[in-house]
Design a protein around this ligand. Structure first.
Ligand code: CP
Length: 305
């Protein structure tokens, strides 16, 4: 399988490819904001297979395809024959005959890999337990918008390891940021990502949020109750309180540090209501960038750009 033909995990893509996507996303955002139409995917179709709920991913892909001149089809996994046991290999080959591309949100990364292997059309990972590459494209966009450059900038992720943490570590290290992760013992990021990160410059992992946040330019509040983690409320309340992004912890970051969150946010858990509202500007701009970042991915994979 030619993995560059798909968007499955950021591990598959070089810094140059990520920078190209980010530049395309900035251009598409500029055009959208200035009323410059860009129907480069006229006549193209994208299937959106959702095995889980979504607000941002679903709407931004549907709107993104529309703005690019194409059409998106929402396909709830519960309404497909997959739910009655039709194998992914067969679903992939059938849908690949109708569609120009597919996005899938499902727990198993292996299911996304099978879809990509058999579909014959580009496949985009709309989030698995292992990776959330579309989210991180939007995250990198917003960091560059606020900080102008990645080089010499420090990103800190506070919270239990998750799909977002896994993709963020890979994406931010690839574009040249320093990445410090603070997570509770027993809730580290995926071992495959940690093994890879050890080969890159600028990565550190600790269970001390103060060490990780020190001098950070961007602080990422990791969800305590993310999809696919299902951490019981009792554990969250007992084990995670030191990993809350609050005003006291934030004093140790740079004074002009931005605060990021993939949403939905649980105020009073991973982030306080005060910090969330103080940084709502960048957090909702980050969410908006899901649209622009994914349009760049669609253009690259479906438009041959
Ligand atoms: N951040 C994110 O993926 O949001 P949704 O679950 O709403 O798509």
């Amino acid at each position: 399988m030619n993995r560059q033909r798909h968007f499955l995990t950021l591990l598959d893509h070089t810094e140059e490819e990520l920078q190209e996507l980010l530049n395309m996303a900035d251009q598409l955002k500029y055009e959208q904001k200035n009323g410059i139409a860009h129907p480069h995917l006229k006549g193209k179709t994208l299937g959106l297979i959702f095995g889980e709920l979504s607000t941002r991913t679903r709407v931004s892909f549907e709107v993104g395809m529309y703005q690019l001149g194409g059409m998106a089809l929402f396909l709830s996994a519960r309404d497909l024959q997959m739910d009655r046991g039709e194998p992914m290999q067969d679903t992939a080959r059938v849908l690949g005959g109708y569609l120009d591309g597919m996005m899938i949100r499902t727990q198993e990364q292996s299911a996304v890999e099978v879809l990509a292997e058999f579909a014959g059309v580009p496949v985009i990972n709309g989030m698995t337990a292992f990776a959330h590459p579309c989210q991180v494209l939007a995250d990198l966009m917003i960091i560059r918008e606020y900080k102008r450059t990645f080089k010499g900038k420090k990103l800190c992720f506070i919270g239990p390891g998750s799909n977002v943490a896994d993709s963020l570590i890979v994406g931010a290290l690839k574009v040249g940021m320093e990445v410090a992760v603070a997570c509770p013992d027993g809730f580290e990021p995926d071992e495959r990502v940690l093994t890879w990160a050890e080969t890159a410059d600028g990565f550190s992992l600790t269970n001390d949020p103060l060490t990780a946040i020190s001098g950070a330019d961007a602080v990422y509040a990791g969800q305590w109750d993310a999809f696919f983690q299902k951490i019981p409320a009792e554990t969250r309340k007992k084990v995670f309180p030191n990993y809350q992004v609050n005003g006291i912890l934030l004093r140790n970051a740079k004074p002009d540090a931005i605060v990021l969150h993939s949403l939905p946010a649980r105020r009073g858990e991973e982030i306080t209501a005060e910090v969330f509202e103080e940084h709502a500007g960048e957090i909702f701009a980050q969410a908006e960038n899901r649209l622009h970042g994914q349009k760049a991915v669609l253009l690259k994979l479906l438009g041959g750009q």
